[in-house]
Design a binder for this molecule. Structure first.
Ligand code: 4FV
Length: 260
């Protein structure tokens, strides 16, 4: 079943190039996802097409008016009542891999991109199903956040990452960071690819990668390690890592043991 993204924005052209070409562009060509931009300005009634106004109570900046956004959302809802309306805003819940996976089970996402100081509060009260933030910083608009969401969610759509790949192998799957990756040359200015990766010994390689994922996570994101579901073997590897046991040889040795 194709997944549909409707993007409500004042700058539809921003979406032309980022979503063309590359993996997302191919996914659109393959009919796996559909991305449509809807210009909120097309839903203004008066000739000046005003979409923002000064905030009641004074203060800096402008606020996006409720009426054009209401009409735009109602026009989408008139085509599909079960469309899920998301507002990208710093006040939203933090976006993360599990949320991306959950959203990928929806068939029709509508992404509202704010501008200026944001939208009139009645938009949130009356029309928004979920508010999502891509990070604790302020953007000039929600468009880039919408692109981030579309990219991360689309990776869970079967076939988007290519036949053999699935987003399930990614970083953050089971909330561990990715293990180090290497490719040719074996030796770059004296820095060599770890022997185990050249050994062809797949169980030793898997063990090394697991240990490195745990090491990288414990070094860089201990907060993630705290919520990772670690197996008994993972706990053992974590112990090793914390005791700073060397990787190389132990890894190879261990793996072979099993085979004898
Ligand atoms: C944002 C974020 C974000 C706030 C004011 C748009 C801007 C302007 N959206 N995650 N961080 N939005 O900064 O999602 O209206």
């Amino acid at each position: 079943m194709k997944m549909k993204f409707d993007i409500l924005t004042l700058f539809p052209n921003m979406f032309s190039s980022p979503l063309q070409g590359s993996i997302l562009g191919k996914a659109v060509e393959k009919g796996l996802i559909e991305i449509q931009t809807i210009n909120i300005r097309d839903f203004t009634l008066e000739k000046h097409q005003v979409v923002d106004d000064a905030p009641y109570g004074g203060g800096q900046g402008m606020v996006m008016k409720v009426e054009p956004i209401a009409r735009a959302i109602e026009s989408v809802k008139s085509q599909n009542r079960s469309a899920w309306i998301i507002y990208l805003t710093p006040q939203g819940k933090p976006f993360h891999q599990d949320l991306a996976r959950r959203l990928s089970t929806q068939l029709h996402l509508v992404l509202l991109c704010g501008r200026y100081e944001g939208v009139d509060e009645r938009v949130r009260e009356l029309f928004i199903d979920e508010e999502i933030s891509i990070g604790d910083y302020v953007l000039t608009g929600g468009e880039l956040a919408a692109m981030v969401l579309i990219d991360a969610v689309s990776r869970f759509i079967p076939g988007v990452l290519g036949s053999d790949r699935s987003a399930a192998e990614d970083s953050f799957f089971n909330s561990l960071l990715e293990y180090p990756q290497y490719t040719r040359p074996v030796d770059f200015r004296g820095s060599r690819v770890p022997e185990v990766l050249l050994s062809g010994n797949h169980s030793a390689i898997a063990l090394w990668r697991r240990r490195e994922a745990i090491r990288q996570t414990s070094l860089r994101r201990p907060d993630l390690l705290a919520k990772a579901r670690l197996t008994e073997e993972d706990e053992r590897l974590l112990e090793e890592v914390l005791q700073g046991k060397s990787i190389g040889d132990r890894g190879l040795r261990n793996a072979d043991e099993g085979q004898k």
